[in-house]
Write a protein that binds this ligand. Structure first.
Ligand SMILES: *[C@@H]1O[C@H](CO)[C@@H](O)[C@H](O)[C@H]1NC(C)=O
Ligand SMILES: *[C@@H]1O[C@H](CO)[C@@H](O)[C@H](O)[C@H]1NC(C)=O
Ligand SMILES: *[C@@H]1O[C@H](CO)[C@@H](O)[C@H](O)[C@H]1NC(C)=O
Ligand SMILES: *[C@@H]1O[C@H](CO)[C@@H](O)[C@H](O)[C@H]1NC(C)=O
Ligand SMILES: *[C@@H]1O[C@H](CO)[C@@H](O)[C@H](O)[C@H]1NC(C)=O
Ligand SMILES: *[C@@H]1O[C@H](CO)[C@@H](O)[C@H](O)[C@H]1NC(C)=O
Length: 487
């Protein structure tokens, strides 16, 4: 009796797990509307830090956490709601819920554009994760981070810090365990490359951005067909292509805002793959390798990190007046991640003719997937690893009172995108397909030539004070831009 009671849940769990691992997850194919998830390792490289290595310095550039819709897309939700309410019709099957569906925004002046609770949780969780993974700063230490100035970025930074600083109790010593957020002005004519939103300070960028038009053209190939299929479940109401666009967006957004996944269930797997591909085209040709100007806007951040990796943690560049912490965090927007991917030369090379991405036929062999990069709280991270010489060892001799990690070590660099390791083309000879530091520095120099100089490429030559250099990481900030959080 007792055994039977134990055994039944065990079988149930096993079956559920099998179902879960084989299921197609719509929320992992929703592009920028996907709540955060760890991307799969497309290269097959294990996600863990190689056993004989330690990360001693890391830099993240990330999108803010899950949020409510922007006012423009919220108007689309409201129009769809009005359409569902205003008509007299019957709805069946997968659409039977739409007569009673209401948009989950119950405080219009304070929600659209800002983080949802899920977004705050994603940021807090990353703070916990990075503190545990790296141990780069000790308890009772400070951490300074940088943020673009929009409130959803600053809020992501502050929830991140709350997670990062959540251990221990410092109520009686509030000067310890502090987080500081340096808020950078969003790109305006006086910031040029020196911000976390450089594409907005680059006049040539928009002319190079053909992403939105290409995505719209691709959507026109499938949305009307989906509307036709769904209209079989309606009498007295007809959905059109634009409604389908809003309804697919609602899958990811409602999942993170209030946990409602009914719109996810409306669409079939192939319809999700088309929806995802339209987003892939938007980012690849908008802010990624397919915009000939994008790499020049992502490169200055890559170069600044490369300069800091060259001198190592707890040092600054020759011209620096500020030593950044060993964990360098920058909070920004989706459109500032793909330029970094383009600048590093990732997700744009293949022997199978995948790139440039086809405008009409999704190639499943592509590694450029918007869902794996610009999901909410998505990131591009560079890690500097210090690894002991020699191959993997499974026998370690301990000498009395000597650290086993002393001795000869070499430095390597790894790129992670939404946690998945992404090897750098032509530079993956280190442990776990990492790139030896000296080769990485050369790779970055070469990518600088391929990417183009910011000022030149953006058409800013002769403009007073225009700069191609990110110096905010190594320059003491304007005190008015620093917000201190004590926990
Ligand atoms: C509501 O329905 C009426 C009559 O069917 C129509 O004329 C009107 O445009 C509709 N309004 C909205 C917001 O859909
Ligand atoms: C943290 O920063 C504050 C303000 O800058 C400073 O007073 C304090 O000494 C710092 N604490 C540590 C442990 O560095
Ligand atoms: C920025 O500079 C460009 C060209 O130099 C000019 O056309 C534009 O009006 C300026 N924008 C602002 C906000 O000053
Ligand atoms: C990406 O690849 C295409 C061709 O496949 C090439 O034309 C383009 O220059 C590449 N872009 C970058 C930023 O490497
Ligand atoms: C500061 O020094 C680094 C090398 O340490 C260099 O790459 C960078 O361009 C310099 N920045 C400025 C503003 O001169
Ligand atoms: C250029 O920088 C100088 C020194 O910081 C400043 O005085 C001047 O106003 C700036 N010029 C422009 C056009 O921003």
């Amino acid at each position: 009796m007792h055994l039977a009671m134990v055994a039944r849940p065990a079988v149930y769990v096993a079956l559920t797990w099998a179902a879960v691992v084989s299921a197609f997850d719509r929320l992992q194919h929703s592009g920028p509307a996907s709540p955060y998830f760890d991307a799969p390792s497309q290269s097959g490289v294990p996600t863990a830090t190689p056993a004989n290595c330690q990360v001693d310095q890391a830099a993240y550039i990330l999108r803010h956490g899950s949020r409510y819709p922007e006012p423009g897309s919220f108007a689309g939700w409201q129009n769809l709601f009005a359409k569902f309410q205003n008509a007299t019709y019957t709805a069946r099957g997968p659409l039977a819920f739409i007569p009673s569906w209401t948009p989950p925004v119950d405080d219009v002046p304070h929600q659209p554009l800002f983080l949802s609770a899920t977004g705050a949780g994603e940021a807090f969780a990353l703070g916990v994760e990075l503190r545990k993974r790296y141990g780069l700063t000790k308890g009772g230490g400070n951490l300074t981070v940088w943020s673009a100035s929009q409130q959803r970025c600053v809020d992501t930074a502050s929830h991140f810090l709350r997670g990062y600083l959540s251990q221990g109790n410092y109520l009686t010593s509030p000067e310890l365990n502090r987080g500081s957020i340096i808020t950078l002005p969003d790109s305006v004519n006086f910031t040029f490359a020196n911000s976390l939103t450089p594409s907005a300070a680059c006049p040539a960028y928009n002319a190079g951005n053909t992403g939105s038009a290409k995505a719209t053209a691709f959507r026109a190939t499938y949305q009307a067909k989906i509307a036709q299929r769904l209209n079989r479940f309606l009498e007295g109401l007809a959905l059109d292509a634009a409604d389908v666009g809003v309804m697919q967006d609602l899958c990811g957004f409602l999942a993170e805002v209030d946990g409602d996944t009914r719109f996810c269930d409306v669409f079939e797997e192939s319809e999700w793959l088309d929806y995802e591909y339209a987003h892939d085209l938007n980012y690849y040709y908008g802010s990624g390798p397919g915009n000939p100007v994008a790499a020049a806007t992502g490169y200055p951040w890559v170069k600044a990190i490369s300069d800091l990796f060259a001198v190592g943690p707890s040092h600054t560049t020759s011209n620096g007046t500020l030593t950044p912490p060993p964990l360098i965090m920058g909070f920004t927007h989706d459109n500032n991640l793909a330029p970094v991917v383009a600048a590093l030369g990732l997700w744009n090379t293949s022997s199978h003719g995948v790139y440039p991405l086809s405008l009409t036929k999704p190639n499943p062999a592509r590694t450029f997937r918007s869902s794996y990069l610009v999901a909410f709280r998505g990131y591009v991270a560079l890690e500097r690893l210090s690894c002991s010489r020699g191959t993997e060892i499974d026998t370690v001799k301990h000498i009395s009172n000597q650290s086993p990690i002393a001795g000869e070590r070499d430095a390597f660099v790894r790129v992670r995108i939404n946690r998945a390791p992404v090897p750098i083309p032509g530079c993956s000879s280190g442990p776990g397909a990492t790139c030896p530091l000296q080769q990485f520095l050369k790779h970055v120099e070469q990518r600088g030539i391929a990417s183009g100089d910011f000022v030149q490429t953006c058409g800013l030559e002769g403009v007073a004070n225009a700069t191609s250099v990110v110096s905010f990481l190594t320059t003491a900030p304007d005190p008015a831009s620093v917000r201190v959080l004590s926990l």
